[in-house]
Design a protein around this ligand. Sequence first.
Ligand code: NAD
Ligand code: IPM
Ligand code: MN
Length: 359
Amino acid sequence: MPRIALIPGDGIGTEVVPQARRVLEAVARVEGLRFEFVEWDLGAERYLRDGVTITDAEFESLEHDFDAILLGAMGDPRVPGNEHARDILLGLRFRLDLYVNFRPCVLLAPDLCPLKRVKVPVRLEIFRENTEGSYVGMGGVFKKGTPHEVAVEEDVNTRVGVERIVRAAFEFARAKGRPRVTLVDKANAMRHAGGLWRRVFAEVGDGFPELERDAQYVDAMAMELVRRPERYAVLVTSNLFGDIISDLAAELTGGLGLAPSANLHPGRYAMFEPVHGSAPDIAGKGKANPLGAVRCVALLLDHFGHAAAAERVERAVAAAIAGGRTTPDLGGSLSTESVGEWLADRVGGEIADENGTRT
Ligand code: NAD
Ligand code: IPM
Ligand code: MN
């Protein structure tokens, strides 16, 4: 039985994770699946109380005693330096070597796209490198607090690191029958890292001759995603650019509240989290959209080989949107909890679908 560590974290993370769990429990019941859950007290509250972000023993336990993590969000206005988020969230990505940050942004209904021209399906599947780049914390400050202060934030790109994420993107595109893989970089200005990514992209891509491939500078990619998002399919990019374009792609396909993500070391470990943050502006008001977290449940089910159960969750999410059973960000008037309740009933077969069938 897979053991799942639940880390609700901060802000709306504590509101959406219980709804995701509820949906997972409901779908597990009807599909005859079993999961064990353990809730972890990690986040700003604990840090402010005990002065501890996460210990080595906790990292070890999460790695060895659990099969996957479902995390809400990290970030709290009372911790303006965000050090607990760096230790916990980036700590887990780095220490568990979760090098693939898979962020699928799929348009479920044309109305959800803020671009009025877009009438066709949009499916942007981002492969964000998750263990290197400018997130590694290498660098430092010199002459701090003086007019001559120097701040250096190194951008680390290794051959091994670039190759494994590029390969993961191509393999995914082949396995899922996607037409194209696009490299997103800034090789015109950042030529050392850019050169490495372009060479590796060409070499790895040669092994996938049936797939179209192209490269876009990240500034042009931002423009292209607004101009004709339907042209793109699988995107592969560095840690920082992936962070930025995934918020853009999420907004193009229904907003941050709808976007899930998986942090993966394929074959070894997985951590699921919605793309959104802790949203202090709406935290505690019951307004947070739980669908991004619920779609993480679909990714989790897929990860454990339960494609039919994952599909059931995705269908329920689409039905909630089609029926207007949503939070205010999607135009509905339900609370976080009511959306979760409806979804749990739907996947559990207590609400019939549009054909009158209880699935
Ligand atoms: P955010 O994603 O928390 O919020 C951005 C905007 O989107 C806000 O207006 C918010 O209300 C809205 N929003 C986000 N999720 C929503 C949801 N589920 N339903 C409805 N509306 C939603 O980004 P931010 O404001 O830049 O960051 C807030 C904090 O979260 C910061 O501390 C940041 O570092 C942290 N953060 C954490 C993660 C993570 O843990 N994975 C991701 C992004 C940001
Ligand atoms: C995300 C977040 C994190 C990131 C922050 C909170 C460090 O924005 O998961 O997208 O930049 O990776
Ligand atoms: Mn982000």
